[in-house]
Design a binder for this molecule. Structure first.
Ligand code: HEC
Length: 130
């Protein structure tokens, strides 16, 4: 990798400063192995757009993708249906807490921070049915 080699060269020069040499070598090997991955992660973390979250594009798909398999149909889990705007709107606060705490979706990984932030932003905007 070109980028990796550049880091290596940079590092060679800095090896003259022995007191921090070990630290730099450690850092450089980390950078060499996952420089590109880190860059992508940082980028992904920085583009969580929580402005103008709409029910139809974001909130309803969160429910459909992660919740309604249990919270839907004739006998929804916990007696809580999360199908459609009215139900989601009624249970929004409890849903947010459950997602934030990671208790829901039950049996799955906690939802990613950006999704949870978007949900919060939608609630703060007054739960518009848009
Ligand atoms: C695998 C099934 C399953 C999935 C998927 C699931 N739930 Fe639940 N949920 C349950 C069950 C069962 C209960 C009732 C018993 C309990 O509280 O554990 C429950 C209870 C709840 C409650 C009320 C109790 C509490 O913890 O506040 C809320 C709110 C809730 N779920 C929200 C959600 C949301 C939001 C999602 C999607 C992000 C989701 N659930 C996904 C099974 C599920």
């Amino acid at each position: 990798m070109d980028t990796c080699r550049r880091f290596k060269q940079l590092n060679m020069k800095k090896k003259t400063i022995l007191s921090i040499g070990i630290l730099l070598v450690g850092m450089s090997s980390l950078m060499q192995s996952c420089y590109n991955d880190n860059k992508q992660d940082l980028l992904a973390g920085s583009i969580c757009d929580t402005t103008n979250v709409s029910f139809s594009t974001t909130i309803s798909s969160v429910a459909v993708n992660y919740c309604t398999s249990c919270h839907g149909g004739g006998a929804p889990s916990g007696g809580i249906s999360l199908e459609g705007y009215n139900n989601i709107s009624i249970y929004a606060g409890a849903c947010y807490n459950a997602m934030y705490n990671g208790t829901m979706p039950q049996g799955s990984n906690k939802l990613d921070d950006c999704t949870i932030k978007k949900f919060k932003s939608w609630m703060d905007a007054g739960k518009p049915n848009n």
